[in-house]
Design a protein around this ligand. Sequence first.
Ligand code: PGA
Length: 255
Amino acid sequence: MRNRMIAGNWKMNETFAEGVELAQGIVDQLASGTGNVDVVIAPPLVDLKGVSEVLTQANSSVALSAQNVYWEESGAFTGETSPAMLTSVGATYCIIGHSERRGYFGETDEDINRKAKALMAHDIVPISCCGESLEVRNAGTHVQFVVDQIKADTKGLEITDPSKYVIAYEPIWAIGTGMTATADDAQEVCGAIRKTLVEIFGAEIADGIRILYGGSAKPENVGGFLEKEDVDGALVGGASLKAGSFVAMVKSAMN
Ligand code: PGA
């Protein structure tokens, strides 16, 4: 049985003070608990420590995620952040392979695979993103495209606890565009991802790995995605920047 997950990706939004305020709003509105739903927020790097303090002070079950990591332990890698540094400010999750990082910063599946391994060695849960462009979708090769990404991104990973590895399927054409995939579109690809995970890790592990949908997910449509067999939650961008809409999505997942 997989716990549902609602994860907020703040992207490059919220200064330190704004981030602390947003986190406070979220924990206040979730003060009565989140049931079986795992709730994660991913602020920008400079906000992590401040948001971590908000979560700790509120004794909140909301978990903290980074948006990126570098796979080396330390050293001359200007501008980068190691897994141990993320742990030191309270992050227990990290988004990797977001299409914006693949597209704007040239990240490859090989990079994403190395990041996953480095995070897991430090007991940080990767939220590993995949998804096709509109071009690929229109060519009708989206399922194979995503399956190939999954195979490359998970190459050589050892997963013993399936709750410690999360996948987010985010069709690029639906991110920040307001154009959502239908719940059936999401299930088609998430189902194929699950099958691929069964082939790689066996049924028991594959059954426990959460697969999130991302791309213009909002309070009004999240329920439809969550009804699908292989969709276990949402990775939310725009709608995670207001405490009210993010919390509404968590509540929807609790039903
Ligand atoms: P969106 O972003 O919800 O604003 O479409 C999702 C994401 O990119 O993680």
